[in-house]
Design a protein around this ligand. Structure first.
Ligand code: PRP
Length: 211
């Protein structure tokens, strides 16, 4: 039997992904050991894992270098990869929002926005250019997106809002919600056919944990 390969997202999804897999009967002992090994295995279930930057997880899955992946819906929307999204894992729930200074509340439709700062240029482009038909300049930042409207880099931002604390502490508000975000289970299209029995079994076990 060949190994099933699972790509996990490094960062805030890691621990929650491991907990979920463990509760679904996957042996995560080696995965939980803090080592520098890049590929970890569950010999009993013939599963191997690796951790990757979230944005790279859909890439590994699309190319079949991983059969399965766990990644945020934000990354899936941004990367637009060709794969199956098979299960909403429900954890790490937040919203992708347009946010800006309180003065702009209720004025999104009447004002002209010229610049939007974000870590998610594709999501911002889709929303502003195609949904709202506005020709805005999208400025890509790597983090602390909330800074942009505070220092005059952009009028608004597109970013994740979880508790809303970061916005509130900086005098910003949600102007519109673009999408509900949470962790998702993704599967390579060929693996879904070739390994359907094992993958469906895992999906079933994971679904039991969520419901
Ligand atoms: C995320 C996101 C917001 C913040 C939202 O940033 O980009 O800044 O969390 O959370 P809240 O609504 O609970 O305040 P992250 O901590 O990942 O860091 P980053 O700003 O460097 O992306």
């Amino acid at each position: 039997m060949r190994y099933l390969t699972i790509a996990l997202s490094k960062g805030r999804l890691t621990e929650l992904s491991i907990d979920l897999l463990e509760n679904a009967g996957v042996d995560c002992t080696e995965l939980k050991e803090k080592s520098r090994k890049l590929i970890l295995t569950d010999e009993k279930n013939k599963i191997r894992f690796f951790l990757a930057k979230p944005a790279d997880v859909p890439t590994y899955v699309e190319y079949g270098a991983a059969d399965i992946g766990i990644v945020g819906k934000d990354t899936l929307l941004e990367e637009g990869r060709d794969l199956y999204e098979v299960l909403n894992l429900k954890f790490a729930a937040c919203k992708m929002c347009v946010a800006g200074p309180r003065e702009l509340e209720g004025k999104m439709d009447s004002m002209t926005i010229t610049r939007v700062a974000t870590k998610y240029p594709e999501i911002a482009k889709e929303y502003f250019r195609y949904k709202r038909r506005e020709s805005v300049e999208i400025i890509k930042l790597s983090g602390s997106i909330e800074l942009a409207p505070l220092v005059g880099l952009s009028e608004v931002i597109v970013d994740l809002v979880e508790t809303g604390k970061t916005l509130k502490e900086n005098g910003l508000v949600v102007l519109d919600t673009i999408a509900d975000i949470s962790a998702r289970l993704i599967v390579n299209r060929v693996s879904m056919k070739m390994e359907s029995q094992r993958i469906n079994h895992l999906i079933l076990k994971l679904r039991e944990q969520i419901e």
